[in-house]
Design a protein around this ligand. Structure first.
Ligand code: ZN
Ligand code: ZN
Length: 141
């Protein structure tokens, strides 16, 4: 049995090998975790970018022309605003998308200025550009 410092300093080659292999494996495993995180990150970015029209605001005209539903226009079971998650009340100002989903006016107006898709079913209101084309088409005899 040698002195303690000798044991520490002069391990057998096999011990050295094992230690080196273990370190290598640890580094590799750590890298795999990082790599998975990077992969997941890029997948999220890609999904985000591929979502149709994300971040395209609706045309202001399309927004203000949204139908103002009366209480009786709401479909049964749809008395909750999907944006603020609060109940719609008969006295609230509401707007209905062409897909027949209704929201508080203040909520859907704010939403559509950022994103023209219906928060429930992704129905797309026209963007400024599309609205211009639609108006041009409508103006033609
Ligand atoms: Zn709301
Ligand atoms: Zn909808």
């Amino acid at each position: 049995m040698g002195l303690p410092f000798q044991r520490g300093r002069r391990p057998t080659t096999e011990e050295e090998d094992q230690e080196a292999r273990a370190r290598k494996r640890q580094r590799w495993e750590a890298w795999l975790v990082v790599e998975k995180r990077i992969e997941a990150h890029w997948r999220e970015v890609e999904e985000f970018m591929n979502r149709p029209s994300y971040g395209v605001p609706a045309s202001k005209w399309a927004i203000v022309r949204l139908y103002m539903p009366r209480w009786c226009d709401l479909t049964r079971g749809e008395h909750r605003c999907a944006i603020c998650l609060e109940d719609l009340e008969p006295r609230d100002r509401m707007r209905m998308m062409p897909c027949r989903h209704s929201f508080h006016q203040r909520c859907i107006f704010k939403w559509l200025q950022i994103n023209r898709l219906c928060p429930i079913c992704q129905f797309a209101l026209p963007s400024d550009e599309e609205q211009r084309l639609l108006d041009e088409k409508a103006a033609k005899p």
